[in-house]
Design a protein around this ligand. Structure first.
Ligand code: NAD
Ligand code: UDP
Length: 327
């Protein structure tokens, strides 16, 4: 049994990871300040004597808890949330990273950094291989996240080279699944909620920009496999599903799968919104023997069922015969 700290453990990805690692028999310490996470995500784990919740902000030095492994996930991930307080976002990626690395060094713990495909910016190389340095605007409204995450990778590498900390860096591509908040603001949760409520689906720009969406279970498998690799393998490694779709195609699929009456409407494209994104996962295949297994339609169907149940539970009295929530 290992003692594993998950910062951001009450968030979307963190709460799935807490559950899996508990199921594997480990002692899990979930550290979170509930900036974008919620207690509901981990409510079912509270009471398990191998689960511990620490309410703490990683911008400040971490509580001294002996640990074998750390997954550093703490950071708002949705553009809506990370742009709300960009100075805080940058502090989380820089000061927070120093604090978690300091803890790892104290206990000789292995530490994994949740980096992101955003470090490639609006990529000029396609698909994105780990060797690509990216095309990032350092002064735009996404920079607090993109540059913050790039800086976090740098700090990780310097602690590896200078302080012999055992690190792993994963670059996560767009991930979705149950556990995302309804007000998360990212595209899949927005579109599914809009479709289930027969509201207009808000496409930003012309909808020809692309993303490659991975289901949460595939990501969690990739993260734990990476943590279990030999110390000499530090990454960075892309974890994502290489099937690429335009945002318009995504909207059309969700309308079909929900049998919705929603129409597509077009809104301005946010500043520096990447035009294309698809991971090259050759390295993950080779070093982790990992491959995504959940197709977009399969993952969307699971997510739709989850959101439908959530809407039904919270709005029992306003349901149409087709099972949809009436606004
Ligand atoms: P999320 O917003 O659901 O979860 C982030 C969690 O971190 C929340 O529980 C939040 O309360 C917590 N947190 C934020 N700031 C904190 C702080 N200062 N101290 C302690 N806790 C703090 O986001 P997510 O989708 O679960 O993403 C988790 C991580 O994975 C993030 O680091 C994100 O950058 C990275 N990532 C996610 C995706 C994705 O598609 N979901 C893609 C790339 C990278
Ligand atoms: N997007 C959209 N409508 C929405 C939310 C997002 O068209 O309601 C677009 C957004 O502009 C981007 C893509 O969907 O081009 C993915 O956005 P998301 O915020 O999910 O992730 P990211 O931009 O970080 O990849």
């Amino acid at each position: 049994m290992k003692r594993i700290l998950i910062t951001g453990g009450a968030g979307f990805i963190g709460s799935h990871l807490c559950e899996i690692l508990l199921n594997q028999g480990h002692h899990v310490i979930c550290l979170d300040n509930f900036l974008t996470g919620c207690k509901g995500n981990i409510a079912h784990l509270i009471g398990n004597d191998r689960f511990q919740l620490l309410e703490h902000d990683i911008v400040y030095p971490c509580p001294i808890v002996p640990v074998d492994e750390i997954y550093n996930l703490a950071c708002p991930a949705s553009p809506v949330h990370y742009q709300r307080d960009p100075i805080e976002t940058m502090k989380i990626s820089v000061m927070g990273t120093f604090n978690v690395l300091h803890l790892a060094k104290q206990y000789n713990a292995k530490i994994l950094q949740a980096s992101t495909s955003e470090i490639y910016g609006d990529p000029l190389e396609h698909p994105q291989h780990e060797s690509y340095w990216g095309n990032v605007n350092p002064i735009g409204s996404r920079s607090c996240y993109d540059e913050g995450k790039r800086c976090a990778e740098t700090i990780f590498m310097d602690y590896y080279r200078k302080e012999n900390v055992r690190i792993k860096i994963v670059r996560i591509f767009n991930t979705y699944g149950p556990g995302m908040l309804s007000h998360d603001g990212r595209v899949i949760s927005n579109f599914i909620l809009q479709a289930l409520q027969n509201e207009d689906i808000t496409i930003y720009g012309d909808g020809n920009q692309t993303r490659s969406f991975q289901y949460i279970d595939d990501l969690i498998e990739g993260l734990t496999r990476l943590m279990d690799t030999e110390d000499s393998f530090i990454g960075p490694v892309n974890i994502g599903n290489p099937s690429e779709f335009t945002i318009k195609e995504l909207a059309e699929r969700i309308i079909l799968l929900t049998n919705s009456r929603s129409r597509l409407i077009y809104k301005p494209l946010p500043e520096d919104d990447p035009k294309q994104r698809r991971p090259d996962i050759t390295l993950a295949r080779k070093k982790l023997n990992w491959n995504p297994t959940v197709s977009l339609d399969e993952g969307l169907s699971k997510m739709i069922t989850h959101f439908k149940n959530r809407i039904i539970t919270t709005n029992r009295n306003k349901i149409e015969p087709n099972g949809f929530f009436v606004v």
